[in-house]
Ligand binder design. Structure first.
Ligand SMILES: Nc1ncnc2c1ncn2[C@@H]1O[C@H](COP(=O)(O)OP(=O)(O)O)[C@@H](O)[C@H]1O
Ligand SMILES: [Mg+2]
Length: 252
């Protein structure tokens, strides 16, 4: 009998697992249910996009999955660590070493240079990247020669490259990105998404992206559809047209 086929190791382990995650926000006469029992398994090395209209819970999903916020109930496991069982300080330490986050709207520090912004996660953790890695990273995101610029001297596409380099500097296992191309024109957005996909591949990372843009989602291997805080189906290796058709099919 022929041996069982072996998948590449990176495909056989789980990078992120959510189990029945509920997140409610207090406020108003009744709490807002932003996530209504979300479960998901992301294999290591995968590129998954989560799509949904504004207010569907995308940012809430991402901040809970990345350990930036704590779900009201349910479990979030990154690698083999249950974040929901850790103290807030332990989650912060875990996140610094294992998770990269690209925020909606870059979140760069205006008075720090490009290189200082990129180093920031390590500075906060009390360490420094070796300069060879910093140079490799800046080159990988197409920022060579710009390391001494201030954020105010950058285009939107360049600022997003800085935010991506900053998310990658600690060599995280998983990179989460919240609408990373929402403020960019179409061709710049495509370049940024190709960059995220290629750096994830090159550095062996898992990539989870949320977006409301079918064109952005179609860069992923798998697209999950979120509506009213619940997953409502998925597509594997879809084209932009297939994603757009599904979005219309959801009546949005
Ligand atoms: N900090 C918060 N306080 C109260 N309600 C919130 C908060 N953040 C998000 N929400 C609500 O939760 C729902 C999901 O929001 P969000 O996750 O930001 O969706 P999306 O990123 O898809 O636009 C929305 O109804 C939103 O108004
Ligand atoms: Mg959002």
């Amino acid at each position: 009998m022929p041996p069982a086929p072996t998948l590449p190791r990176s495909r056989t382990t789980t990078a992120v697992r959510l189990e029945q995650v509920v997140k409610t926000y207090p406020g108003g006469p009744t709490p807002v249910v932003a996530l209504d029992g979300v479960s998901l398994t992301v294999p290591a090395g995968a590129f998954v996009a989560v799509m949904g209209p504004s207010g569907s819970g995308k940012s809430t999903f991402l901040t809970c999955a990345a350990g930036l916020d704590r779900p009201t109930s349910g479990r979030v496991v990154v690698g083999d660590v249950d974040l929901t069982a850790l103290s807030p300080d332990a989650v912060t330490r875990f996140r610094r070493e294992h998770v990269g986050f690209v925020f909606q709207g870059y979140n760069l520090i205006g008075h720090l240079t490009v290189a200082e912004n990129v180093r920031l996660p390590l500075t906060l953790a009390g360490t420094r990247p070796d300069e060879a890695w910093l140079r490799e990273l800046l080159a990988a995101v197409g920022l060579e020669g710009l390391s001494e610029r201030l954020p105010g001297e950058l285009s939107g596409g360049q600022a997003q490259r800085v935010a991506i380099a900053r998310a990658l500097v600690a060599r995280p296992d998983v990179v989460f990105a919240d609408e990373p191309t929402g403020a960019l024109d179409g061709s710049t957005a495509d370049a940024i998404l190709r960059l995220l996909r290629s750096t994830a591949h090159r550095f062996g990372q898992t990539l989870v992206l949320v977006t409301h843009d079918p064109r952005a989602a179609a860069f992923a291997d798998q697209v999950l559809f979120l509506a009213d805080g619940r997953f409502r189906g998925q597509l594997v290796d879809p084209t932009v047209e297939q994603v757009a058709a599904r979005v219309l099919g959801l009546g949005r």
